[in-house]
Design a binder for this molecule. Structure first.
Ligand code: FE2
Ligand code: FE2
Length: 160
């Protein structure tokens, strides 16, 4: 990958998506309730940080284009659905029977959401934004994550 590309917002989002996918694979293979709880805490933090940064930086920028406006509205609804699931799972804890069902539901809906982001939203973005703009948004995306991180850590299941 060319050096100038490493900080563009689309690559940063893709990296996050890949990390969450790896955590999903790990948590599905894990048998120990304690380790599942630890992985869930990581998933909770990664997903929350990522979603907040998208909501603060990426989605507002995308709303300015007619092609993406509707997609963004749908994406925001999907974020809300994932947030509700994460909070419910946090309350239950990994030793509850319902936790697994909710986890499968979460994985399925996040995978669907990621696919829509990477296919539909990204292609619309590539058609309407300049490289420089994507780099600048990448910078803002990183800053937004750093800014919300302390709050997300406090709210995470590990902090209980
Ligand atoms: Fe998203
Ligand atoms: Fe995303």
């Amino acid at each position: 990958m060319a050096k100038a590309k490493t900080g563009d917002i689309l690559s940063l989002i893709e990296i996050d998506h890949g990390e969450v996918e790896q955590l999903f694979e790990k948590i599905q293979k894990e048998k120990s309730a304690k380790k599942i709880q630890e992985l869930f805490s990581q998933i909770y933090q990664e997903l929350t940080l990522h979603a907040r940064a998208e909501e603060l930086v990426f989605y507002p920028a995308m709303r300015e284009y007619e092609e993406t406006e509707e997609l963004i509205e749908e994406a925001e609804e999907e974020h809300n659905a994932a947030k509700i699931l994460l909070e419910e799972m946090k309350q239950l804890g990994s030793d509850d029977e319902e936790f697994k069902t909710k986890l499968m539901h979460l994985i399925e809906s996040v995978q669907h959401h990621v696919q829509e982001e990477e296919e539909e939203i990204f292609s619309a973005v590539r058609g309407s934004m300049e490289d420089e703009e994507l780099q600048a948004l990448g910078q803002e995306f990183q800053e937004a994550k750093a800014k919300v991180e302390p709050d997300v850590k406090t709210a995470s299941p590990a902090a209980r």
